[in-house]
Ligand binder design. Structure first.
Ligand SMILES: [Zn+2]
Length: 141
């Protein structure tokens, strides 16, 4: 899924799971694998992959800054980037010479990566983002 989806789900998990930092970190990284199984539209194989990528990165950064400004603790805020961090693998693929998608299991070719069309894929990911931000807001800082 998109970086912003992983970021928001990571924030939501951290907002409601009261466990040591390292355990929450493992949980949000595991959520990355689960989310990559869900059918979604993957802009990395679209004609404007870099444009979508920048939008995704800036959107994610905006969410993190908003959550930080709202007074959430660093232990919550950091789970956003930790949850999305495996997608650095995909970033290298996009910016590089076709290498990448090699170190995180849900990016391997053999992994049953969820795929669907653009419109339902975007709607689904927007719904996950909205639900996650709802959980973050309900949990409060
Ligand atoms: Zn991923």
């Amino acid at each position: 899924m998109w970086i912003i989806v992983h970021t928001c789900v990571g924030l939501a998990i951290a907002a409601i799971v009261d466990r040591p930092f390292w355990q929450v970190a493992l949980l949000v990284i595991a959520s990355h694998v689960v989310l990559d199984l869900v059918p979604h539209w993957d802009y990395t194989v679209s004609a404007h992959a870099l444009r979508w990528g920048w939008l995704d990165c800036f959107g994610s950064l905006a969410v993190l800054l908003a959550v930080l400004a709202a007074g959430y603790p660093w232990s919550v805020v950091l789970m956003g980037p930790i949850s999305a961090a495996p997608d650095v693998d995909v970033l290298f693929f996009l910016l590089g010479d076709g290498r990448g998608r090699t170190w995180f299991p849900s990016h391997w070719d053999a992994f049953p990566h969820g795929r669907c069309g653009r419109t339902p894929g975007i709607v689904l990911q927007a719904a996950v983002v909205a639900a996650s931000l709802g959980v973050v807001a309900a949990a409060g800082p």
